[in-house]
Design a protein around this ligand. Sequence first.
Ligand SMILES: [Zn+2]
Length: 322
Amino acid sequence: MYFNKNNKFYHGIMFHHFHDDGIHTKGQGSIDKDDFYKMINFIGRNNILDADVFFEKFRNNKLKENEVCITFDDAIKCQIDIALPVLEELKIKSFFFVYTSIFEGKPDNLEFFRYFRMNYFKNINEFYNNFYKVLDRDLKSFFEKNSNNIQKTKIKFPMYSIEDIKFRLVRDIFLTKVQYEETMFLMFKDKKFEYKDFSKKLFFQKRDLQTLNNLGHLIGLHSHNHPTLLEKLNYDEQKNEYEKNLSSISSILDKPKNEIRYMSHPCGSYNADTLEILKELGIELGFKQIMTIEQEKEMKKVNNSFLEIAREDHAKIYKRMN
Ligand SMILES: [Zn+2]
């Protein structure tokens, strides 16, 4: 059964990517429509609350340990194309946490990078090798210096391979965002990938957000630009990220700001400043990415505060099912 000794507490289930036979190609961690049905069955339809019910019970301290909600991050179109019809059929209302620079024509290049990685290479390691070749830097001592860090990350995120973790370190620590993106755009050129043609197919449009809202799903914050490590930004930069995000959602949905009171931390990244800012913005429920206590954040329990509620990654549930 889904509810075992290890997760006897309420939480969210976190979904990102879905695939079909069309534009949404299969990739790392993506699931199809049938997997989604099976997963809902495995979790148990009765354990899944509508987002608004989950939120109200949460605020009133009434959630039971078997109760979960479904959450989607990143405003990616495959969620609308593949997951939404399933949700509507089963009458499940979910949380959608969206970053908003996409609605100003500035999507995070992350989705293009992902599409490129999945469609232009035989496998992920071929992509990594190609990336390091184009980057053309000596990474040996960087990896040596970070060997402890790599092992620690592997324990925290067992679904990542060592190569995945190394790549993320190079992307997030060794390189600046600009350097990383320059390398990726060089690779686009090499492979003649015209990424701008894919925007409408890969990301939510404003009307998608309005549709979700009209159907009764809850739209929440996920920062404006989706930085990979939000906790590295200073107080004012973080504040700007969430203020812009809130204003943008509020104006697209034509909904007062104080009615948007939920969020998820992009890439699970936050610090004490972030929590302070979210409190000031009136956020009453925040989700993180993982189901464990983070030592470095000095957490006392898994659901450490109302802005640090655990979520289980769908990939982990998928593994347990198979
Ligand atoms: Zn995200």
